[in-house]
Design a binder for this molecule. Structure first.
Ligand SMILES: Nc1ncnc2c1ncn2[C@@H]1O[C@H](COP(=O)(O)OP(=O)(O)O)[C@@H](O)[C@H]1O
Ligand SMILES: [Mg+2]
Length: 314
């Protein structure tokens, strides 16, 4: 299978007058075509460095990066990519339309084709109405939407987004998610950097967590947010007492009539259900407990003494 992104032993050490900063330690990663991949990590973890390496903006200290089978050093690989930089600063004296014309020209678009692309893209990001307004008058949300339009103008096969929802309100974020869902629907692969966990949890298929230049976790977003041995049992009808001596019960929420159960196997879980049924409780629902990415993230960040590589899962 040919991946959209293939990184092998990719690393970056910045060297400033005798000081060395290992921003990214050698990393291997494959991202499938059409996937939405999230890279999480606190400030300084190396997220932007990784994106810049995938763009060929900075040169790796070691390793390689291939985009759809093309080495990132080649022009062809770069033509596949659309990029929204972190804290982008487009010329404020341009209107949204003029900025898109400028960047469209840079991607080799012109004439009718360019104006058609601009119209379509403005429509997609809901900025048609504001195209003649100078960028300096845009709100933060509008700024991000016009930035996305710029990144999408060349109809990229890979969209690289660095903190796309930073500093925008919940409605603006929802709007960004809508645009990304649309773009993914067209088969575009999306790689998104964020320190906003809930955002990443909502839109990604897979997520990696970066800490001090090391990938400390990699997995399917859905699986990472389910803790395998915890279940929630919701009781039906009205329960007056707190159920006592229930095997594996760690918590009971009287208001919701929900209990949290630790069960290593399905057998154990069913024993709990049998116990409850034998005591006359009605069960309304049983579901795996979701642990938020934030909990996982915090646990990983606290774990300072463990060598990070021990956490990596394929
Ligand atoms: N051009 C540079 N020169 C020297 N150090 C840098 C440079 N860019 C980033 N760094 C350092 O590399 C580390 C990772 O930075 P960065 O990739 O921007 O992290 P993130 O995007 O996760 O916040 C930080 O310690 C940062 O200070
Ligand atoms: Mg960054």
């Amino acid at each position: 299978m040919e991946y959209c992104i293939s990184l092998r032993g990719l690393s970056k050490t910045y060297k400033n007058n005798k000081q060395q900063i290992e921003a990214l330690k050698p990393i291997d990663l494959d991202v499938a075509r059409g996937e939405i991949f999230g890279l999480l990590g606190p400030n300084g973890a190396g997220k932007t460095t990784m994106i810049k390496l995938m763009l060929g903006i900075i040169r790796p200290t070691s390793g390689s990066c291939f985009i759809l089978g093309e080495d990132i050093a080649s022009l062809k690989a770069k033509q596949y990519i659309g990029y929204l930089p972190e804290n982008h600063r487009f010329p404020l004296y341009l209107t949204g339309q003029q900025m898109l014309e400028f960047y469209g020209n840079l991607s080799g678009l012109s004439g009718l084709e360019l104006s058609r692309r601009i119209d379509e893209t403005l429509e997609l990001v809901k900025m048609t109405e504001w195209r003649k307004l100078k960028i300096q008058r845009y709100s933060k949300g509008m700024m991000q939407r016009i930035g996305l339009a710029q990144a999408l103008l060349n109809r990229p096969k890979l969209l690289l987004l660095d903190e796309p929802t930073d500093g925008i309100d919940p409605v603006g974020r929802m709007e960004v998610r809508r645009i990304l869902e649309h773009v993914r629907g067209e088969g575009t692969t999306i790689f998104v950097n964020s320190h906003l966990l809930s955002e990443v949890e909502l839109i990604t298929d897979r997520v990696a967590i970066l800490r001090k230049g090391v990938m400390v976790k990699l997995g399917n977003t859905h699986e990472l947010t389910q803790s395998r041995d915890r279940f929630i049992i919701k009781l039906g009808a009205s329960v007056n007492d707190t159920p006592a001596n229930v095997p594996g019960m760690v918590h009971y929420d009287a208001q919701k009539q929900e209990m949290e159960i630790v069960a290593q196997t399905l057998q154990e879980l069913n024993t709990v259900i049998d116990t409850l049924r034998a005591r006359g409780y009605l069960i309304e629902a049983v579901s795996p407990k979701k642990s938020t990415l934030e909990e996982i993230f915090m646990t990983l960040m606290e774990d300072h003494d463990t060598p990070a590589s021990h956490h990596v899962e394929a």
